[in-house]
Design a protein around this ligand. Sequence first.
Ligand code: HSE
Length: 287
Amino acid sequence: MIKLRVPATTANMGPGFDVIGLALDLYNTFTFALDDGDCDKESMIYEAAKVVFDKAGASMEKFSYRVDADIPIARGLGSSATCIVGGMVGANELLGVPFTQDEILKMASDFEGHPDNVAPALLGGCVISLPAGDGVVYRKINNIDNFATIAAFPDFDLSTAKARAALPKSLSYADTVSNIGHMGFLIHGLETADTEALFFGLEDKIHEPYRSKLIAGYDVMKTLEEVHKGRVLISGAGPTLLFVTEKSADLEAIKRDWEKISESLDAAWDIRILHITTTGVEILENA
Ligand code: HSE
């Protein structure tokens, strides 16, 4: 029996569409066993595990799993990535670890179609990742202690498929150059604790302008930037919003102010301080 937990992740971080993500301390916990137990064979968890079993040439006749989920589904916090990473790492452990972490990352990235949630879910921390050649090239960004995050989850969902369908088929040079430039400042700001560069770097022109229209209340929630130093981002494909602020900020006061702002909206918004976790998937029991 293998019990493991996988962290929530926020992807994109403004300009880093499909290439940068961050692990947060909210978890889905999975238990896997080689037995006749009952489980949903149509699920993403089962399908992800099957990729590993098939690649290892192993039978899934005896395989079952259970999930204990704390991460809301289809909210932009990497719930699908936890199912993919959980299913693949669980299967790999049950089979005696035939695949390396890099091979699991490649399989997970192929499964999801982009690596920016599965990479930090697997590795923890803030990860830049890009499929290249036969694998996924990635680096963890160190020195990410200088900022803090507060998430606002609305009581409505938004599928990644719908949020991706809202994106334009082509981009202008001006918007592309803007994102390249801001991404440079973002990485510099993260690595050097230069919060001025970090906040400047969180500007996006290639997905947020299109997706914000799908998130009722976005403009109102964005006004938090007028009251507190920091940036409101769409977390992954949304609709969760993430406020990135300085670590030294009064997070409880920001949370209260964001709650007050959300009270004028039709939807209910659950505002939570989420801490960055530098640990990715964790094996809790291996018996
Ligand atoms: N990078 C992805 C997107 C994350 O924004 O569509 C959500 O799966």
